[in-house]
Design a protein around this ligand. Structure first.
Ligand code: HSE
Length: 430
């Protein structure tokens, strides 16, 4: 029977989960796939972590050279996170002729082109299913099963921490900071939550996914990004009353005009498949020109769900003799012919703080109309929170319009004399 040795770099939550799956299912993989996959080494400076998992002392390495020179190791699983030393360790493993499986979205997003070029040069595999949306098998779906399609768009809830926070704000009516504290207590959010709540994590994942969808590198620096820290509980509740759920969306579109990539909070119409993706669950909703709409839903993080994605890559690598790489030239920048659309189209929820008197609404609608913005819905929140200045919340939902038109209109309304001003703007997806 074919024997394949694995080394795991880092025995944190995901590394530990990977170890448990690989060892717990070893016999099942032997019988099912005819391959004997064994964990031959781990790189972990906190020896007690390895011992707690039952790993023999002789298999605990303390430096990358021990892993690279170990002839029993064929596949190196990098689950350390961050760029360094993960990048140097992955490149060292590749140079030593080992295939690499990684869960590291920041590394793949920023340096995937460099790792892939080294992997091609050394005729080894590079796998990164676990880097995006944890246990949800979206990368393999894009590389294999959906190959027959031109992907027109993808829209995803690809960060579980922010989805948990926004779900709590929606269902329990609590503030952003209360929901964040709860997420931290449950271990969803880190002590420094900025990568999740400011949208960086989702931006890295969208960079990887949209590159695969649109067959050109989409650098994360070309992605528009806005986090969830400014979302107020009153907007969440007003949105809910008029039929929307608030989500942090990652959106990629490939149109004749160009590529549009953005991460920001959005109101999603109840009834849209993404509106009911709650708590820490993730989902990716894709439209392909042949398949139509597809949605993949599941756990985007965690010991066993992310371990599941890693082990899937390990088995794929162990059972395929030929390695395949990105179906496009994987470079640092997008193809020179790629045009990024910054002035994208969307519908908008605009909450105004309005004086409750005749003529205020008409002032607002005339500014909107001068900017070519058509109104779809207007709601005055009678029982909304009246400000100390006696102003009332007035909500306008627009039809699809341009981002720049909305920015111009907001500026004009706020300059109008101050009786009615814009408090919040949130994009809307129907
Ligand atoms: N921090 C991520 C999330 C999980 O909240 O979805 C790892 O990518």
């Amino acid at each position: 029977m074919k024997k394949v040795g694995v080394a795991i770099l880092g025995l944190g939550v995901v590394g530990g989960g990977t170890y448990k799956i690989l060892t717990g299912h070893r016999d099942f993989y032997r019988k099912s796939y005819g391959v004997d996959i064994s964990v031959e080494a781990v790189l972990e400076l906190r020896k007690e972590r390895a011992l707690a998992l039952g790993i023999e002392e002789g298999k605990i390495a303390t430096n990358i050279e021990e892993i690279c020179s170990n002839p029993e190791v064929d596949i190196v699983v990098e689950v350390m996170g961050g760029v360094e030393p993960a990048k140097s360790f992955a490149l060292a493993a590749i140079s030593a002729g080992k295939s690499v499986v990684t869960s590291n979205k920041e590394l793949v997003c920023k340096f995937g082109h460099e790792l892939e070029s080294a992997a091609k040069h050394n005729h080894v595999g590079l796998f990164y299913e676990a880097s995006c949306v944890g246990g949800v098998p979206i990368i393999r779906a894009l590389l294999d099963n959906l190959q027959g399609n031109k992907v027109i768009s993808l829209m995803g809830i690809i960060n579980g921490t922010t989805n948990y926070i926004l779900t709590r704000m929606t269902q329990d009516g609590i503030s952003y900071s209360e929901a964040l504290k709860e997420a931290q207590k449950l271990g969803y959010a880190e002590a420094n939550p900025s990568s999740d709540v400011e949208g960086f994590d989702a931006t890295y994942k969208l960079s990887i996914l949209s590159s695969l969808c649109f067959h050109t590198k989409i650098p994360y620096t070309d992605i528009y990004r806005e986090g969830i820290t400014q979302i107020s509980p009153c907007d969440v509740q007003y949105g809910k009353r008029i039929g929307y759920a608030i989500k942090l969306l990652a959106i990629g579109k490939n149109t004749e005009k160009g590529v549009e990539v953005r991460v920001h909070p959005a109101f999603v119409k109840l009834g849209h498949p993404l509106a009911s993706v709650n708590d820490s669950f993730n989902a990716v909703y894709l439209t392909g020109d042949s398949v139509g709409e597809v949605m993949l839903y599941g756990r985007g993080a965690g010991e066993l769900p992310t371990g599941s994605a890693i082990v899937g890559d390990v088995i794929y690598c162990a059972t395929h003799s030929q390695h395949r790489y990105s179906p496009f030239e994987n470079t640092e920048k997008a193809k020179p012919s790629t045009k990024f659309i910054k002035n994208f189209e969307s519908a908008y929820y605009i909450r105004l703080s309005a004086e409750d008197k005749a003529g205020e609404l008409s002032k607002v609608t005339s500014v909107l109309s001068r900017n070519g913005i058509s109104v779809a819905q207007v709601v005055q929140e009678q029982d909304g929170i009246r400000g100390e200045d006696g102003k009332v919340p007035l909500i306008v939902v627009t039809h699809e319009t341009y981002e720049d038109s909305v920015r111009r209109a907001v500026e004009a309304i706020n300059k109008n004399g101050g009786s009615t001003t814009v408090a919040t703007v949130i994009r809307v997806v129907s």
